[in-house]
Design a protein around this ligand. Structure first.
Ligand code: AMP
Ligand code: ZN
Length: 307
């Protein structure tokens, strides 16, 4: 496994250098302004991932918000209620809104003037695609492929450079028969390792689980691991001992097919799976391993990213 660039200084110093060059603080943990240098690499990775897009894929880029009723219907609130960001806005008559706004500037308590809106912050870039797929009618056995992406929000504040509340995801999603979706997921586990090799990043692949909420969540997580429904491609960012999940490979079985009433043309609920790319984590990993000076990066990597 290759070392980190900057490993001649302490690990804290190495991470502080990354933070200082790549980001500016925005006054909240896990929410950062990204520099132009950082965005150049993220854009290069985005285009690199696009070169793997199957020809038949439908492409969607989603806003950072989605319908609250859609997220309720998807079951997300049962599994991860602690992670969801609900939108709320000043509510009431114009006079009430004015009164609440005045209270803000008079230093009075004012948040009871907020009303919950019909929106949530999108928690993962594949969630908005299932209602779009459901509207297409019955799914063919050979499946549909979607290329989706958005800025995601998860309420997991942290000072760690690799754990953000607001971060970008890109995904390829497959909806079809169980065989099609399993093949899609297995193929992607192989393809993703070749991507990491081309990017000259050290990696490992391991079975994983989602952070299901509460005591019951432990059972769900254990079941997910036992059935090998989730794998992750991990790259060291914080340390070699605790590598960071930068991509995930998920098989949801019929969960979304049933939630959204997506059927196979041959009968039975459609199965779904997705490969998720953590764009911010992949970008940070590139700088952690190749350094903060692009001109010192390996030429094949620069060429691959169009830099
Ligand atoms: P998941 O839907 O949890 O499998 O997430 C897909 C990918 O998004 C992960 O493999 C990460 O690379 C990325 N990701 C998830 N949570 C965060 C976070 N809090 N900060 C940055 N990236 C994240
Ligand atoms: Zn997904």
């Amino acid at each position: 496994m290759s070392g980190f660039v900057g490993s001649q200084v302490s690990n804290d110093e190495r991470l502080a250098n990354l933070e200082q060059v790549l980001f500016r603080p925005m006054g909240a943990d896990g929410v950062r302004a990204r520099t132009g240098l950082y965005e150049r690499v993220l854009d290069g990775l985005t285009d690199f991932i696009s070169t793997f897009r199957p020809e038949a894929a439908e492409v969607y880029r989603f806003p950072p918000v989605m319908s609250r009723s859609d997220i309720e219907k998807s079951g997300y609130l049962q599994s991860f209620p602690n992670l969801v960001g609900f939108m709320c806005c000043l509510a009431g008559s114009p006079a009430e809104i004015r009164r609440t706004a005045n209270r803000i500037y008079e230093g009075e308590p004012w948040t009871e003037g907020l009303g919950v809106a019909d929106l949530v912050l999108t928690p993962a870039s594949c969630y908005p695609v299932y209602p779009i797929a459901a509207a297409k009618g019955a799914a063919p056995d050979q499946g549909w492929i979607f290329d989706v992406g958005c800025e995601c929000f998860r309420r997991e504040p942290s000072r760690d450079i690799d754990r953000m509340q607001s971060f970008r995801q890109r995904e390829y999603v497959c909806i079809g028969s169980p065989e099609t979706v399993c093949r899609f997921r297995d193929d992607w586990i192989v393809k993703a390792q070749s991507m990491a090799e081309q990017l000259q990043l050290p990696y490992s692949v391991d079975v994983a689980n989602d952070p299901f909420f509460g005591a019951g969540g432990q059972f769900l997580a254990a079941g997910q691991r036992e059935q090998k429904l989730k794998f992750e491609l991990l790259i060291p960012i914080l340390s070699h001992d605790k590598p960071t999940a930068c991509m995930s490979f998920n098989y949801h079985k019929s969960h979304f097919g049933e939630a959204w009433d997506i059927h196979l043309a041959r009968g039975g609920p459609a199965h779904t799976g997705c490969v998720g790319f953590g764009m911010d984590r992949m970008t940070i990993a590139m700088f952690a391993h190749h350094g903060l000076d692009l001109s010192a990066w390996p030429q094949p990597v620069l060429t691959l990213l169009g830099l």
